[in-house]
Design a binder for this molecule. Sequence first.
Ligand SMILES: [Zn+2]
Ligand SMILES: [Zn+2]
Length: 485
Amino acid sequence: MDAAVKPSATQARCYQRRRPEQTLWYRTVQTHFETWLALADGPGDESTPAYIEQAFRRYLDCGILAKGFARAHCDECGHDFLIAFSCKGRGVCPSCNTRRMAETAAHLTDHVFPRLPVRQWVLSVPKRLRYFLQRDTALQGAVLRIFLRGVERCLREHSPGCVSTARIGAIAFIHRFGSSLNAHTHFHCCIVDGVFQAVAKIVETADTTEPITSVDFHAATHLDIVAIAQVQAKIRQRILRAFVRRGLISKGDRDEMLSWEHGGGFSLDASVCIGGTDRAGLERLLRYCARPPFALEHLHTLDAEHLLYHNPKPRTDSPRDLVLTPLELIDKIAALIPPPRAHRHRYYGVLAPNSPLRAAVTATAPLPVVAPPVVEVTVADAPPHRAASHYLWAMLLARIYETLPLVCTLCQSPMRIIAFITEGSSVRKILEHLGESTLPPKVAPARGPPLWEMEAAHRQAGNDTQWDSRPQPEPVFEFDQRVAW
Ligand SMILES: [Zn+2]
Ligand SMILES: [Zn+2]
């Protein structure tokens, strides 16, 4: 190979510092967040919840070297680079959202789902009911329980030979958003396609007989459109009844909604099923279920006053491209930030943390792929409860982009973190030495109207040379600069 070509090809696969301050979304928040906040908190309005303001403020510090960093060092050639702290926020920060999605999917694939077929069940409810669901987490939980109980009953009926107490194993994701940044609470559940039951057995050894409990799996069969339509009808009845019980709709409304045709706004889809040996497929499905509400690569500048959000999967009732002012965009993203302590996914049935069968069911998850899959594991053999594994971000990146980030760009040796620098004067000294900016990007103060003329004049005056108005290029790979490795 030509020696002159080799380093650049390798370099493209090595670590490149993420520069969030150059992205369109960062610049939008940086320029307009204070104005949005002042308008949202205006007289007569409810003040913005603290968690929303905090999420945006922390995002503005995420990946910014001037706010502190870790130092990675190559022992082989002495090369150093810096890794800025990340915000670990939920909802606003594209980098931290992506990391959370990858981490969740990897954990569930490697440590939770047994090597059995998994089906995705997606439930959405009529717009009239969504209004109540959007802010009421207790109501979301109640609807989710009705949904999962309905699926459990169906899977029992379609799993020959199981007992009436057999349980399903499910992970439920509550989505608060649709594909066009709209508020749309709906449920994605990944459910093992069958049911589990405990079976008491007597094991005879040379000198003793010992009772043990093992888990039997009964695979679902003949789960066709008719069966799924029956589940949908049952769930619809029960959910409407629950809304009446809570006084959210009247009995008359319920009867009217039950008379609507074509599901009456309820939709249940169960067409996606992943085979027991397709672990990569399962991880892809779980990433899809754990995905963040918006993706940076779909955001573009349209003109001086408008941004364009491209909806990759428009439905018949939603637009392909959304044209928004920066304030409207911030408004939409703010509405999708989950409230603190709201769980993004929940475990149900044999996968619930308190289930006596959980350890035995999840024990097959880390095994190498075998066909046909193992369907029976004794409780006695099950490993002790594992703490949620903490993934190295480096390893996660390797899984997504098939490359290890902590590799020296000069000699390709592995690098390691040798220090964390958080003290202001040391941060400044090091950044000055490297020629990096020692100040965090300036957050624009709140402005009154006319907002846009001022912004345009500012840009024309040449004060905005860093502004990258082109569509954001895909990064070679996204590198989350969190330091908790
Ligand atoms: Zn972040
Ligand atoms: Zn090196």
